[in-house]
Design a protein around this ligand. Structure first.
Ligand code: NAD
Length: 418
């Protein structure tokens, strides 16, 4: 049966709520976002014409700390998907023991169809339209699909220009994932892909698998996919098939990952890369490998793709890449799933480090950031595996359950106002 992304997330919430015996009223609170903000705003195009854009910010929950979550620029952005993504952020921050809540936002726009100047004006007007609905101690955006460090710097600059001179510099933490120059953290750009690779490493270690020479396939070669490829390459894993919105490529000997990475950076996609055979999306999912990293969009692994997959492990770099039917097939085939809220939590973890550095006017070196990230990822990974084994439940429900246990305590201690 086909489920929307939001239904999928809500279904997982219900199952995990039963596992932790979450009080009914807390489950009800968490089934709905606290705030749903929709803004329509005009932007002048390069040719002088005016276009109206629709933007969203969903603030799911902030009992454990300020709302936190990415901003997506994509033509398919819609209210329900952003609600699902915002809820995932609440679970993710809780699972990682980061003092943030969950949020997500986006603009319905295909960024590939706009010039840099237009993207800047879209970003500035969107930030302006959000106004005081965001703030460095209230709701802190970050990059997601279709946005990057440059977009975050435009958001920061726009927000800072709303404040008076005396407090301007205290507003730097309004976004994370900024360029280093603008107050970003070392290691943030690669953090999500690096976190994915830490999960792969821990998976192999716990299973007694030698990673060197193993094969990986990666869907999505943007921020998460390309850095995951880089770190897997460093672990000796061969990346044998990749794909993005422009198509799929296979190279049985293993791609020269550095070359592939530079190509994607230079041209914005995999299109035109010569050292691989073009294959269809179906052939991509049928490529025999050991590890699959979905790093594109949600609902990519339905029962059909799951039937095709010939891998030992799926490490979810993307948010919500597996449908419930896909999950059922993966479980039946005994394919290990490292769920999104664990596997891609490296990004928000280093975003948290960036936020702390901004607050304290500090700059940590890369080594320090990487060590702290590794510690957090390894700890959370072990926790999820231990919990799922002890309770006899899937890794996904275990990850949700750990997140819900922390939220349950927060609601028990604080109660419901008034
Ligand atoms: P990105 O925009 O940098 O890259 C997205 C990639 O997906 C691109 O290679 C694009 O071509 C590809 N893609 C888009 N539509 C596709 C399609 N229909 N078929 C195949 N490929 C397609 O985005 P990103 O930041 O790398 O995010 C990827 C995923 O990881 C998303 O689910 C996002 O929510 C999640 N995520 C990102 C971060 C982060 O720090 N950026 C953190 C946690 C989770």
């Amino acid at each position: 049966m086909a489920h929307s992304f939001l239904e999928t997330v809500q279904k997982h919430l219900q199952i995990a709520a039963d596992v932790v015996q979450l009080p009914r009223h807390v489950a009800d609170i968490l089934a709905h976002p606290k705030n749903e903000i929709i803004v329509n705003f005009p932007v002048r195009m390069d040719d002088g014409s005016m276009r109206i854009f629709t933007g969203y910010r969903i603030q799911h929950n902030n009992i454990r700390g300020p709302y936190k979550g990415g901003i997506r620029y994509h033509q398919d952005v819609n209210l329900d998907d952003v609600k699902a993504l915002a809820a995932l952020m609440t679970w993710k921050c809780s699972l990682m023991d980061i003092p943030f809540g969950g949020a997500k936002g986006g603009v319905k726009v295909n960024p590939h169809l706009h010039s840099k100047d237009e993207l800047m004006r879209i970003t500035r007007r969107f930030t302006h339209a959000l106004g005081s609905n965001i703030g460095p101690d209230y709701d802190i955006p970050a990059p997601d699909v279709g946005t990057n460090a440059q977009v975050m710097v435009w958001m920061m600059d726009t927000y800072m220009n709303r404040s008076d001179d005396l407090t301007k510099n205290a507003q730097r933490g309004i976004v994370t994932g900024k360029t280093i120059n603008a107050g970003g953290s070392q290691g943030r750009e690669q953090a999500t892909g690096q976190g994915v690779a830490f999960c792969v490493r821990e998976w192999a270690r716990m299973k007694g698998i030698v990673l060197s020479g193993k094969r990986a396939i990666i869907q999505g070669f943007g921020n998460v996919g390309s850095y995951a490829a880089k770190f897997l390459d460093q672990l000796g894993v061969r990346v044998v098939a990749v794909g993005d919105h422009t198509g799929y490529l296979r190279n049985e000997r293993g791609f020269d990952v550095a070359k592939l990475f530079n190509h994607a950076r230079q041209f914005g996609s995999l299109a035109g890369f010569q050292e691989g055979d073009p294959i269809s999306r179906d052939e991509f999912f049928q490529t025999k490998a050991d590890i699959f990293i979905p790093a594109a969009l949600e609902n990519q692994i339905t029962s059909k793709e799951a039937e095709w997959l010939e891998v030992q492990c799926v490490v979810e770099g993307a948010n919500g890449p597996t449908s419930p039917d896909g999950d059922t097939v993966l479980t039946a085939k005994k394919i290990d799933v490292i769920p999104d809220i664990l596997a891609n939590a490296g990004g928000v973890t280093v975003s948290y480090f960036e936020w702390i550095q901004n607050k304290r006017s500090e700059f940590w070196d890369l080594e320090e950031v990487e060590q702290k990230l590794e510690k957090k990822m390894v700890k959370a990974y072990a926790k999820v595996m231990e919990y799922s084994k002890r309770k006899g439940i899937s890794n996904r429900i275990a990850a949700y359950a750990i997140a819900l246990e922390n939220l349950k305590v927060a609601y028990e201690e604080r109660g419901i106002f008034p």
